[in-house]
Design a protein around this ligand. Sequence first.
Ligand code: UTP
Length: 294
Amino acid sequence: MLTARKRIRKAVFPVAGLGTRFLPATKAMPKEMLTVVDRPVIQHVVDEARAAGIEHFVFVTGRNKGVIEDHFDVAFELDQTLAARRKTKELEALARELPPAGCTSFTRQQTPLGLGHAVWCARDIVGDEPFALLLPDMLHHGPTPCLAGMMAAYQEAGGNHIAVSPVPEDQTHLYGIVDVENRTANVSPINGMIEKPKQGSAPSNLHITGRYILQPEIFDLLARQERGASGEIQLTDAMIAMLGHDDQPFYAVRFDGTIYDCGSKLGYLAANVAYALERDDLGSALRAELKKLL
Ligand code: UTP
């Protein structure tokens, strides 16, 4: 029998990073607004959260990120113009993608001190309840939306959940890696985790992909503001500290799909091709164009 769990109602989207790998594109525009086909990366990730039943969307923003807030608001003049031109399909598409009024919150990180610090900035808005955390530049593309699968695992086991996916053994030093009880299980208790292990020393080949369900106690650990790798306040360090608490189990939930790191140029380009190829209105024409190029 399932025990009643506290519902996961809120999702946090840290969008305060500088996006230096994408300069000059990100000089005046947030990297989260770069488009994968015809929708900003952040919209794809918000859709994943909505599909998982999230009701409130918390954005941790920074300078030059105001356009993200505008994107999730009604564009009154645009709506009027589209209506006057009888562009019903476009109007409906805009309305469909908009979170309901009162269901978004925006707070500023002020200084990009690291992912852990960005998450901590959401503490008052999240309050004393478990929440989802989605890194917006990691697109999870697969038959089942990643966060929905994690929600199901959370309903079973409670606690904290981290999405993981296998990487080639010789690339584990590039990622956050988990040490799990059972490497092949869909959901497995986590015994430990390590950020970018030295080559040959990783406890598994399962890397942390950027989707989390976390208990609010994480905020107390982040409040210590301890600096880790690169002098930044790291989320992984706080999770490792929390893993040491008896009442805070962590589970790895395997994601069986493809992950595109849209914070890197190659991942971003690959995501555009993959998402466009599966579209009815673009797929076959793009395939023909790609054949010409290759
Ligand atoms: P990244 O390290 O991938 O983002 O952080 P970045 O710093 O913008 O990228 P580069 O390396 O300079 O190109 C992962 C996520 O965490 C957010 C980023 O916006 C991104 O979505 N983040 C990172 C913050 O919100 N604040 C930070 O201080 C750091």
